[in-house]
Design a protein around this ligand. Structure first.
Ligand SMILES: [Zn+2]
Length: 232
């Protein structure tokens, strides 16, 4: 019988596993994202600055304790390939990997040391039924593994389905999201410091709407983290 490792290498020759970010063949010891991409993906320096470009987005809108995104997002980039695989190609393994990487990023910069729980921007149940998973929740689970903080996917609920945000103005986006979220158990989250997760931050309106609902509970503090940030 062939050793398993050799079998894997033979199978890689005929059916190469590809890096989800750069699409180059993965080496035998590499998984999901190749080593080169893991090193080269464009990391932000948000961990160095409390008032970084993500935190600034929430100024004057909702009080946030700490905020950061790990990667810069650009159209056509390796980061976009990763997010696309996670969102549209059933690649929950990509979400777990990115969540783990976000966890190591947070540890490197000593971010979010005060949080008591992690939750994610929810999908409406109809969207969830179609996709089968919430991509932000998958990231949150990967992050929770590394930070050793409980993931509480049920704390927020999306009450109404919303149309796609992509082509709307900031004001239109806000009208679209401000009343679509609900905290499922407002008393149950009292005094928690909640790290709220999204996949990619663009305007921040969705996160703002979620955070505004969470902070209505007594003593709740909110911090925000995302895999990527679309710089404008
Ligand atoms: Zn790669």
């Amino acid at each position: 019988m062939f050793p398993l490792l050799l079998l894997n290498e033979l199978s890689d020759m005929f059916y190469p596993r590809l890096c989800t970010a750069c699409k180059e063949p993965l080496l035998a010891h590499e998984h999901i994202i190749c080593l080169r991409c893991r090193i080269e993906l464009p990391r932000t320096d948000h961990g160095l600055f409390h008032d970084n470009p993500v935190a600034v987005k929430f100024w004057g809108k909702v009080p946030i304790e700490e905020a950061a995104a790990m990667l810069h997002f650009h159209k056509g980039s390796r980061v976009q390939s990763l997010m696309h695989a996670l969102k549209y190609k059933n690649r929950t393994d990509v979400g777990i990997t990115l969540g783990n990487m976000l966890g190591y990023y947070c540890k490197q910069y000593h971010l979010f040391k005060q949080i008591t729980a992690i939750t994610a921007v929810p999908l409406h149940k109809e969207r969830l039924a179609v996709r089968g998973y919430n991509q932000s929740a998958v990231i949150g689970e990967g992050l929770a593994e590394v930070l050793q903080v409980p993931f509480k996917g049920e704390w927020l609920e999306r009450i109404t389905p919303t149309a796609t945000q992509t082509k709307k103005s900031r004001l239109a986006r806000w009208d679209n999201v401000k009343d679509v979220f609900r905290v499922t158990d407002p008393d149950g989250i009292a005094y928690q410091h909640i790290l709220l997760i999204d996949d990619v931050i663009t305007t921040g309106s969705t996160l703002e709407a979620c955070a505004l609902k969470l902070i209505q509970s007594v003593g709740v503090k909110v911090s925000i983290a995302a895999i990527a940030f679309a710089d404008r």
